[in-house]
Design a protein around this ligand. Structure first.
Ligand code: MEV
Length: 459
């Protein structure tokens, strides 16, 4: 019957359990499924998402702790992305109906207008040793510059050997005094080049080594008082805010080339409203958040498909958007001498080696599809998809409105929820070929086809 789903309601409250992570996968599932009204169907549900190939499933099991099944997301592709004169079909993993369609539409639009161009502005990553020190800053600074800094580099050499061989490593380490913001708070602020890896493990390992060397040298020096020797390392951690790992992507064309082929609007109307829409997102944080959310629809889906850390990318992008002290749009637009230019500047810390990039079969596939890009090329592709996504969203918003395209894509979700038959789907999809989809109208048409007045009658 439509709508009514087969449910497995929990019958018991969850009780605490110790040593769960030590149980076998089978035992974990039995414990969990034992809380369901129908343990067999709960077990069946979980195991139906296991991979057929035991070796692949084992990989997934070992990515995280307590894996009991897999969580599928659609893996789509957006073809026709012309980036720096090279053609790409871009992998995108995302659940939101309209995102891939919007990316593909923008890719097609710009394909005939010169494509996307990108510039890597910088690729520096950052990490800190955060510490407390009760003593004379000048003395610490002189000791750091004159003695410790070189040792930090040399004692991390084992850790940095491979990275240095690839052209990367530690770029610089500085002592920062933060005591005007927090009493006794200082940092070792270190910058890194991590080449094709995102570099989190590399950076964190270096930072922990720095803290050991630093603390030992202070403790062993006669220059410091007993109180000063009590220097307290609070934590060593990379920063996911990487404003110096920055990419710019842009599109541009003559303003007349923005004319709508279907003649629904003139290029003058379009440019005027598009510029205003971007400016609103530059000054109004409420709109900027949604504007940037749309950009992240594109960025995240590429980041996920290529096995990168979307939480890090998200956190960084939003901090960057607020760098002026006000949260602003990540994209901007200008029209000069009859040329429309639309661009994004966004920090993206990505890797194409390390992490799960060589482990997850779909990630390997995605990277192969992109022609095995290095990190900088992946930054370019990802930023472009963010820009494309924003272009499509703004283009819809300032012309037809967003719901026309959104609801067209969402229609299949509604029909799936209704468990419509193939015939019913065909007929309802046909009805909406020229009309904006609304939830209420879909239900009305569905009920008509089933010969009932309301869904309640179908229960
Ligand atoms: C929806 O996921 C994203 C949009 O809201 C973005 C925007 O408004 O710019 C369409």
């Amino acid at each position: 019957m439509a709508i009514e789903k087969k449910r497995n309601p929990l019958v018991k409250d969850m009780e605490s359990i110790s040593g769960f992570s030590k149980l076998s996968k089978e035992a974990k599932m039995e414990w969990l499924c034992g809380h369901f009204e129908n343990p067999e169907s709960a077990y069946e549900m979980l195991s139906s998402y296991w991979h057929n190939d035991k070796a692949v499933q084992k990989l997934h099991d070992e990515f995280i702790e307590n894996t009991i099944s897999n969580y599928y997301m659609p893996f789509g592709v957006a073809p026709n992305f012309l980036i720096n004169n090279k053609m790409y079909t871009v992998p995108m993993a995302i659940e939101e109906s309209s995102v891939v369609a919007a990316a593909a539409k923008a890719a097609n639009f710009w394909l005939n207008r010169g494509g996307f161009k990108t510039t890597i502005i910088s690729t520096t990553k950052i990490g800190h040793v955060h510490f407390a020190y009760w003593g004379d800053y000048e003395k610490l600074l002189n000791f750091f510059e004159g003695h410790v800094k070189a040792l930090l580099f040399s004692e991390a050499e084992d850790l940095t050997r491979n990275m240095r061989a690839r052209g990367g490593g530690i770029k610089d380490i500085q002592l920062i005094n933060k005591t005007d913001e927090e009493p006794n708070y200082y940092q070792l602020y270190a910058t890194f080049e991590t080449c094709d890896s995102m570099g989190a493990n590399f950076i964190n390992s270096c930072l922990e080594q720095f803290s050991r060397t630093f603390k030992r040298e202070i403790e062993n020096s006669d220059l410091f008082t007993e109180r000063e020797k009590e220097l307290q390392v609070i934590m060593c951690i990379l920063s996911n805010y990487t404003p110096e790992c920055l990419i710019r992507a842009e599109v541009s064309c003559k303003v007349e080339d923005l004319e709508d082929e279907k003649k629904e609007y003139t290029w003058q109307e379009f440019v005027d409203k598009f510029e205003k829409a971007v400016h609103i997102a530059r000054i109004e944080p409420y709109r900027a958040t949604t504007h940037n959310k749309g950009i992240m629809n594109g960025i995240d889906s590429v980041v996920i498909a290529t096995g990168n850390d979307f939480r890090a990318v998200e956190a960084c992008a939003h901090t960057y958007a607020a760098k002026s002290g006000r949260y602003r749009s990540l994209t901007d637009v200008k029209v000069e001498n009859g040329v429309f230019t639309f661009w994004i500047e966004v920090p993206l810390s990505l890797g194409t080696v390390g992490g799960i990039t060589s482990l997850h079969p779909m990630v390997r596939f995605a990277l192969e599809m992109l022609g095995h890009p290095g990190a900088q090329e992946l930054m370019a592709i990802t930023a472009v998809v963010g820009l494309a996504q924003n272009f499509s969203a703004l283009r819809s918003l300032v012309t037809s409105g967003i719901q026309k395209g959104h609801m067209k894509m969402h229609l299949l979700n509604i029909l799936n929820q209704l468990e419509a038959t193939d015939e019913e789907r065909k007929s309802i999809v046909k009805y909406f070929e020229h009309d904006t989809v609304t939830h209420a109208k879909v239900i009305e048409l569905f009920c008509e086809l089933r010969g009932v007045k309301s869904l309640a009658e179908l229960k």
